[in-house]
Design a protein around this ligand. Sequence first.
Ligand code: ATP
Length: 416
Amino acid sequence: MQPTLWTISHIVEATDPHYLRMNSLRRLGEAKYRQDILMGDVVGYVLREFRRSVGLLGDTDVGQPYVQYERMGYSAHLALKIAKELPMLYYAAIAILNPGAFTLSTLATLHQSESLLSRMFVEIVFYVQHGGPRLASVQTVYDLEKSVHEMQDGDLAYSPHKQGMSFELKNVSFSYPGTTTKALNDVSLSIKPGQLVVIVGSNGSGKSTIIKLLTRLYDATCGSIFVDGQDIKDYRVADLRKAMASLTQDHHLYPLSLGENIGLGNPARVGDVEMIHAAARLGGVEGVVGKMRDGLGTVLEWPRGLQWNNVGKGNKAVDPELRAAVGNMKKQVAVSGGERRKLVAYPFNFYAFLSSWVFRSRTFMRFTSGAVKLVCVDEPSSNLDPQAEWQLFDNLRRVREGKTSIWTRHGQRIRR
Ligand SMILES: Nc1ncnc2c1ncn2[C@@H]1O[C@H](COP(=O)(O)OP(=O)(O)OP(=O)(O)O)[C@@H](O)[C@H]1O
């Protein structure tokens, strides 16, 4: 029987930087990144970089290693396998169509072939799911591009005034799609250009929902919202998003470099190292960046191009060199456990901490865009100690420079 990667000990490592980059960018199509990507106005950057890495990959085979391993053309190999198994398939068909015609000996033969048959089907399914990763990648990223247009777009260009944005909500009610409960019920309020507004309320009172409507992540179910005196729906969504920065609780680290994670706050200046360092300082993450082995170039995700099988301690037959190689590969992860302990006091929460810091820095980077006229800060201080929280708000106040600012806070915390 021809060996397959399913059954033998092996390590697969993809080292092509363009492939790894393409994979990371493809992942930005996942639902969890969608809000950050859309709000951050970085769709154009993601698509450009994705196309660039696909172009640089050229004709390199990006098929799954399990498929590549079958050196002959996969379909030819599959046909051969099926041809070899035809008698078994014939018996299987008889067993289903006419069970009475079955003898004990044919049952025994079928039993022997069962594992081969099932493996074959698993391989077919695997091939169909992963056989065309590049095609699927492109599809995911292009879906992202389409999603920008899911909301009905206006055709009025939003030209930011010197001052911040102004808002007026008139009798606004809102229910999330698929629910009948009103997250907001008949809300009216107005916010003047450059004003600093703090929305205070208990859990679930609708603070975040107001911000989602103002930043046009959703449209009000009833009532109207005006931006600078014009219905929010009249403006081009992309223009509005360029004029907004939003620091929320639902943020994620992009599977890109630390520098890009911060720099993408202002996609036009994503390569401006000085600006990125300044934003990192304001967001409180500069010390951490300085301690990383690759500084701003550090990619925090587990390398996606790495797979291994059957090399665990339980498998006594594994060549010790192979097992050691896997150990070394695991150490390639950007931040080891020891390093985490050096960086923060609670290493088990490392990614949560880092993600908040980086996201805050990304928001400060967004302030560097002259086009930003609204800054929303939706309870970003939940895991900060009082000193760090004070520092964050002080930094936000200092860089505000007349931009309209809306902050949300829990009612209970304000009363203390
Ligand atoms: N995506 C969603 N789908 C359905 N319901 C939602 C969704 N997001 C929020 N809600 C509901 O809408 C209501 C308002 O939620 P919202 O997050 O705006 O409140 P909040 O004041 O910001 O709360 P918190 O202080 O806990 O963040 C709540 O009842 C909440 O359960």
